[in-house]
Design a protein around this ligand. Structure first.
Ligand code: SF4
Length: 183
């Protein structure tokens, strides 16, 4: 099977995933907007992950190199999950939702792992595959499972959502997370 065929099957069975995919679109990576402003916001370290993972600045690499790298792929699947939270201050609910979203990332990567065709995922926030990241002392343990932060790459998710006609937000007391699979 090709990556596209596996992704189609994944989407056909999206209700069976660890958490249901809410919306999705296939796009050309060339249509993804990479922005130095997004990267700068990421580097301001609001999440506290700066310098703590291979998937976050500075270990993630220069955003311009990342943009060129991802634009080298021919295709991409963008998908979201939508989660209910108590209110816009529900930090614990957002963290729990991020974990549910990461389970979907892991499920799709598991489906792809036996394929020879190249693919990569960038997702919502810092990689959470290992309890403690090896950064900066040793190479990434699981480069095929690692999730590079979309913000670290400088991806403008608002522009991406408009391009894909996917909702950036999904209403009061919800949080929406995005991922991209490049192939
Ligand atoms: S897979 Fe593990 S070592 Fe690699 S970036 Fe993620 S947390 Fe770090």
């Amino acid at each position: 099977m090709s990556v596209f065929e596996v992704l189609e099957k994944f989407l056909d069975e999206k209700e069976k995933q660890p958490y249901p995919v809410h919306q999705y679109a296939f796009v050309s990576p060339k249509d993804i907007t990479f922005s130095e402003h997004v990267r700068a916001a990421c580097e301001s370290n609001m999440c506290g992950r700066y310098g703590k993972s291979w998937t976050c600045p500075p270990g993630a690499g220069d955003w311009r190199d990342l943009a060129e790298h991802y634009r080298g792929y021919g295709n991409a699947l963008v998908f979201t999950t939508k989660h209910d939270i108590e209110d816009s201050f529900d930090v614990e609910g957002m963290a729990a939702a991020a974990k549910e979203h990461a389970k979907v990332d892991e499920a799709v990567l598991k489906l792809l792992e036996k394929l020879d065709e190249p693919y990569e995922l960038s997702g919502a926030g810092s990689c959470s595959v290992c309890t403690e990241c090896t950064y900066p002392d040793a190479p990434c343990r699981f480069p095929k499972k690692a999730r590079r932060s979309m913000e670290a790459c400088g991806i403008d998710v608002v522009a991406l959502s408009r391009h894909c006609q996917i909702n950036y937000t999904n209403g009061t007391n919800t949080v929406t997370y995005f991922s991209i699979i490049y192939y």
